[in-house]
Design a protein around this ligand. Structure first.
Ligand SMILES: *Cc1c(COP(=O)(O)O)cnc(C)c1O
Length: 373
């Protein structure tokens, strides 16, 4: 449970539940009222707080959750979240956790299908919900079209499991220059799912759109869509970003200010040398908190009193130093890594990565504070 007290004086990740509500309602406005939404809360709710985010989404009427691994689903169940949960990356070592905690496996290969059925039969399960994933071009996890016959034959011989949904995942839904490829994935998914439905003799839900899929290919929403990054406030495209509100604000304070004389160096390996007298601020967060070393040496920045202070020298494990020569600031003042206006997206792209990586990296050492702005 995240602390709900306002907090100053240390590094905190504020999680704005009102921003989450806003993002949920925006995504809902882009799809048909009957289409279900599966909220992707893997990786601690994209680095925020999966339980707090999930509870809020339950109060908004979310239909489904998805996590990557069984353990993440278990965390939600431990906090009394009863909504169905799809586990995207099923591993045989976790079959017992899945069934004990009513978590629903993604079945992506004949091996996993056979092994899970054997396990479910041993546990005397009837109609245990499973989700069949097809590979339509991402080439990561999923059955191929030629497996349909065998999947259907195997399923017809057991009453232990029942297919709740059929799904696939798009490789480049945010990239309109890949529209032809995406449309071919969607077409493939449509054909494959229809074939399997014919053979099953009943009609599971179908879903293939992630956040950018919802925004760019709403005609392919089928009966359910899956959103992760959109709920956390990013649209993967400047034309959509303004409709979302980032839910996370990573804030810290200035621990100490140093006056560095021209010619002096700063930090490990002396990566920064002052070309003129420079004032720096030392901040209590580093690569162990999720500020990767790629943000060092001017690639990243913090914002102090509305002004950009570039990170100078190498990022340390527990600290960064920022150039505040041009900023009127003192020890104890607030520094913002990202928030609503200082987008995690811009700093991530500036350093050559994506918002997903920066926000999911905020480590468990950083205190989470839930708020409503
Ligand atoms: C992570 C994930 C999503 C969520 O994608 P976003 O781009 O964050 O909306 C959806 N589906 C699958 C299979 C995923 O792994």
């Amino acid at each position: 449970m995240a602390n709900t007290q306002a907090n100053v004086g240390e590094t905190v990740l504020e999680i704005d539940l009102n921003a989450l509500d806003h993002n949920y309602h925006f995504l809902k406005s882009r799809i048909s009222p009957t289409t279900k939404i599966m909220a992707v809360v893997k990786a601690y709710g994209y680095g925020s707080d999966a339980v707090e985010v999930a509870k809020e989404l339950v109060s908004l009427g979310i239909d489904y959750f998805a996590v990557a691994y069984a353990k993440e689903g278990e965390l939600l169940r431990n906090d009394s979240i009863m909504t169905p949960i799809l586990v995207l990356h099923t591993l045989p070592a976790n079959f017992d956790v899945l069934i004990n905690r009513c978590l629903e496996p993604n079945i992506y290969s004949l091996k996993i299908l056979k092994e899970f059925i054997a396990f479910a039969e041993k546990e005397n399960q009837k109609n245990y919900p499973i989700h069949i994933k097809f590979n339509t071009g991402l080439n990561r996890l999923g059955f191929s079209e030629k497996d349909i016959e065998e999947i259907a034959a195997i399923l017809s011989k057991t009453k232990s499991v029942k297919v709740t949904s059929i799904f696939s995942h798009l490789a480049a839904s945010e990239d309109l220059s890949e529209a032809a490829f995406t449309l071919s994935q969607i077409e493939k998914f449509k054909n494959i799912s229809e074939l399997l439905i014919q053979k099953l003799g009943y009609t599971p839900l179908r879903h293939t759109l992630n956040t950018s899929g919802i925004l760019n290919y709403p005609e392919a929403q089928f009966e359910m869509v899956r959103s992760g990054i959109g709920l956390y406030g990013f649209g993967n495209d400047p034309k959509f970003d303004s409709f979302f509100r980032p839910i996370g604000s990573l804030k810290t304070i200035i621990s100490q200010i140093h006056e560095i004389k021209k010619g002096e160096s700063l930090g490990y390996n002396r990566a920064f040398t002052a070309t003129e007298d420079t004032k720096t601020a030392t901040l209590p967060l580093g690569h162990a908190d999720g500020i990767s070393r790629i943000y060092g040496n001017g690639k990243g920045w913090v914002t102090i009193h509305g002004k950009k202070a570039p990170i100078v020298g190498n990022v340390c494990m527990d600290m960064i130093m920022a150039d505040v020569t041009q900023i009127d600031c003192k020890e104890g003042d607030e520094a913002i890594v990202f928030d609503l206006t200082e987008s995690a997206h811009s700093m991530a792209t500036h350093a050559g990565t994506i918002s997903y990586e920066l926000i999911t990296s905020v480590s468990q050492r950083v205190k989470r504070v839930v708020c409503r702005k």
